[in-house]
Design a protein around this ligand. Structure first.
Ligand code: SF4
Length: 336
């Protein structure tokens, strides 16, 4: 079993020569042991970042203030579930699981399937809601026709945030593709909201005993700046204070991949079979269409978790097909 540290000297005794890790351990120690925080929530995913974060948090939590939770989206690898059991044993902790407010298959059926990225799906969803016809017109013309979806039209017309995810050109040839091939199924990022975001908000709202009386003071999550994407770019640093509620702390925020390797070597971190046997680079919802490598993931799922294979194809099949068609389109356009 892993030993908690009683003093900061004990905590730092096995620390590798790496200032990111050293500074981070000192900060984690001071946050977790601060008198300001009596009830701390820490979300574990079973992924590799989460493994490192849990190790840091556990070692620092000398007064056992941290409650560990896992959001069960319903599309989890059995390797992840096994790994959570392994973590419970390794640290002698309990990781409570919380199910999606709306199961992913239901969200996808009702609101739409995720396609390409959170941001792209969000804008397409808004346009579909207004029965947008994927016209190649200028912004003023379209805004007159669809006055209630300004920011999605700005995305579509590429008039703001050049090069960023708020501009359709961020995904090469996407506009040209959609004009030629309008989507025939609903697209949305709502499954993430109901399976993760809202579950976490509900838990924070309901507090320590589920009756809303005693709130959590600090929420710890494993976001890393280097992971990129909407989740990481939403934050500027590892900590933010919230005047009206729970503060947020992201112990791994400044870790680069090389720091993770240093940490894992020094503290003997073992990741789930998703990484060590299946060869995946990410975990989380199996077969999520947001994964850049979803084709490889599908091969892995078919080989190692065949029960999930049928499920993900049923849930996300239209999105997989549409993404394949888009990728083919990009290939052909790039040849021209
Ligand atoms: S990670 Fe993907 S599949 Fe899972 S909830 Fe979010 S969008 Fe849906």
């Amino acid at each position: 079993m892993v030993q908690k540290a009683n003093t900061i000297e004990e905590l730092l005794q096995d620390c590798p020569v790496n200032s990111i890790i050293g500074d981070n351990l000192i900060r984690a120690w001071s946050k977790i042991n601060s008198h300001k925080y009596l009830y701390i929530l820490c979300s574990i995913s079973g992924g590799s970042d989460s493994d490192d974060m849990l190790d840091i948090v556990y070692r620092c939590d000398k007064s056992n203030k941290v409650k560990y939770v896992w959001f069960d989206t319903g599309l989890e690898y059995s390797a992840t579930k096994e790994h959570l059991k392994y973590l419970e044993n390794k640290y002698d902790i309990t990781i409570d699981s919380y199910k999606a407010i709306k199961p992913i298959p239901l969200s996808c059926k009702r609101y739409g399937q995720p396609f390409l990225s959170k941001q792209v799906s969000e804008f397409i969803q808004r346009l579909q809601k207004h029965n947008f016809q994927w016209e190649d017109e200028d912004f003023d013309t379209l805004y007159k026709k669809y006055p209630k979806c300004k920011s999605a039209l700005e995305w579509w017309c590429g008039i703001k945030g050049n090069g960023s995810q708020f501009n359709i050109t961020h995904n090469k040839w996407l506009k040209e593709f959609m004009i030629e091939n309008p989507p025939t199924f609903k697209i949305s990022n709502k499954c993430c909201q109901y399976a993760k975001k809202d579950v976490s908000h509900k838990l924070l709202r309901e507090g320590v005993y589920g009756d809303g009386k005693i709130p959590f003071d600090l929420n710890i999550v494993g976001v890393r700046k280097a992971e990129g994407g909407a989740r990481a770019t939403a934050y500027k640093s590892c900590f933010d204070e919230n005047d009206s509620g729970c503060d947020n702390y992201r112990p791994l925020f400044w870790y680069k991949d090389s720091d993770k390797i240093d940490y894992e070597n020094s503290y003997d971190i073992e990741h789930s079979k998703c990484y060590t046997e299946y060869g995946l680079k990410r975990t989380g919802c199996a077969g999520c269409p947001f994964g850049r490598d979803f084709e490889y993931e599908l091969e892995v799922i078919q080989k190692y978790e065949p029960k999930l294979y049928k499920a993900v194809n049923n849930i996300f099949g239209d999105s997989y097909e549409y993404t394949r068609k888009y990728r083919e389109f990009v290939k052909n356009m790039n040849k021209k």
